[in-house]
Design a protein around this ligand. Structure first.
Ligand SMILES: [Zn+2]
Length: 416
């Protein structure tokens, strides 16, 4: 036999007495309880009132599962009358373990939030046998739709990035993130577009006390972002080009040359020779260590057919090596300039666009070497959002996306 007192304890809810427990059909356990708490605050005057009036309508609250059963706590809340207020209005008592109007206990709501971390509403809905509306409701009650500035004392590093919410669409939103002093990553906003005006307005909405603590803004080299950062933070704050965006720019140079060279080889080589060069696109992207013997052979063959591509690839790898090296900003700048000279000497044109960008934004790109440990945090969040997108969450809604990113980043700390 279960000791009733122990059973009450294992349910984990305060101020209740258990009346009866019913194993209902369909794997459902109903626990009928009554309140042992006397009184509540009057909803009109706020005074503590203890004049019992009546029992309210029965409510049924979903609770944590037990013995493999869905559990419902069934309660008739007590109502109390106020002797001080005119017409003696009555107030319905709410116990600490549920929120008025919610159909779930707080313990179960937290369980739902935990299951939702890195998952989807559909999946949680199936796992917990709970409607998606109820899950959305929990998300709404517990996770704010926008940043709460009071959480922060400092915002040393801010990241700005853009992302297209719908595949193939060009309607970009701006993701603003922050890397806090303890290394923690957090999301600050998802803005409706990526115009300078929108980003600037958001930067301005950061409370003054926090704005003064910003030291570095990491972004891609998009003029709108750079302009907004400069307009709000001025010269005091360094702007740093996110490494992965820069890497994409120079790799794009190699990629355009590869396409050109492969077109040329298609005309010049025999069909068998050309077909032996398959997957070059992927092989060139991989780092040396990740290549199989077979892939290495293919790469060697391509380079024999196209010395130009060989050079371009080597120069791209050299640039990555500069990024990997522990350099000061001054050293980094010198190495980048030397790299430009090497390209020019070899007469390669595939990096022309990149070199133009590098020359224009050398300071911003070299600022990477000051705060190199931050590398990748913007990218990290971007990847997280891409995963969320792939999971197919309703991404037309920026507020909901903000909540989901926030939950994925901080859910375990908040609800675990
Ligand atoms: Zn009152």
């Amino acid at each position: 036999m279960i000791d009733p007192e122990q059973f009450r304890h294992s349910i984990g809810l305060s101020d209740i007495a258990i009346e009866r427990v019913v194993f209902d059909e369909g794997n459902v356990l109903k626990i009928y309880v009554t309140s042992t708490k006397k009184g509540c605050h009057c909803h009109c005057c706020g005074a503590w009132i203890e004049d019992f009036f009546a029992l309210g309508e029965e409510i049924s609250l979903r609770h944590l599962p037990m013995f493999g059963h869905q559990v419902f706590i069934v309660l008739r809340p007590e109502r109390y009358g106020c002797p001080r207020c005119e017409d003696r209005p009555t107030t319905t008592q709410t116990l600490d373990w549920y929120t008025p109007r919610s159909r779930l206990t707080k313990a179960f709501e937290q369980e739902v939030l935990l299951t939702l971390i890195n998952s989807t509403v559909e999946d949680v809905s199936r796992k917990q046998a709970l409607g998606s509306d109820a899950i959305e409701g929990v998300l709404k009650r517990y996770v704010a739709e926008q940043v709460d500035w009071s959480r922060f004392t400092q915002l040393p590093i801010i990241g700005v990035d853009e992302i297209a919410l719908k595949k193939g669409h060009r309607d970009f939103v701006t993701v603003v993130s922050a890397r806090l002093a303890d290394g923690q990553l957090t999301i600050l906003a998802i803005l409706a577009d990526r115009t300078k005006a929108t980003v600037k307005a958001f930067f301005k909405s950061i409370p003054k006390r926090l704005r003064a603590t910003v030291e570095l803004v990491c972004s891609d080299l998009y003029a709108g972002f750079l302009g907004a950062a400069k307009a709000v933070f001025g010269r005091r704050v360094a702007v740093c080009a996110d490494r992965f965006h820069v890497a994409k720019l120079y790799r794009d140079g190699v990629e355009s040359l590869r396409k050109k060279e492969m077109r040329r080889l298609k005309g010049e080589l025999s069909k068998t020779e050309y077909e032996s060069l398959k997957n070059v696109h992927w092989i060139l992207r991989k780092s040396d260590a990740d290549l199989s013997a077979d892939e290495r052979r293919i790469r060697r063959r391509v380079f024999e057919f196209s010395p130009k591509l060989h050079q371009a690839h080597a120069l791209s790898e050299a640039l990555t090596a500069i990024y990997e090296a522990p350099l000061t900003k001054g050293q980094g700048k010198r190495r980048l300039r030397a790299w430009i000279r090497r390209v020019t000497k070899r007469g390669l044109s595939c990096f022309n666009r990149f070199i133009k960008t590098l020359t224009t934004h050398l300071e911003i790109i070299a600022n990477y070497f000051i705060e190199r440990q931050t590398s990748g945090f913007v990218e990290g969040l971007n990847n997280k959002i891409k995963v969320l997108k792939r999971r197919g969450y309703g991404f037309t809604n920026r507020k909901r996306l903000f909540q989901r990113v926030y939950l994925d980043l901080h859910g375990y700390a908040l609800f675990g």
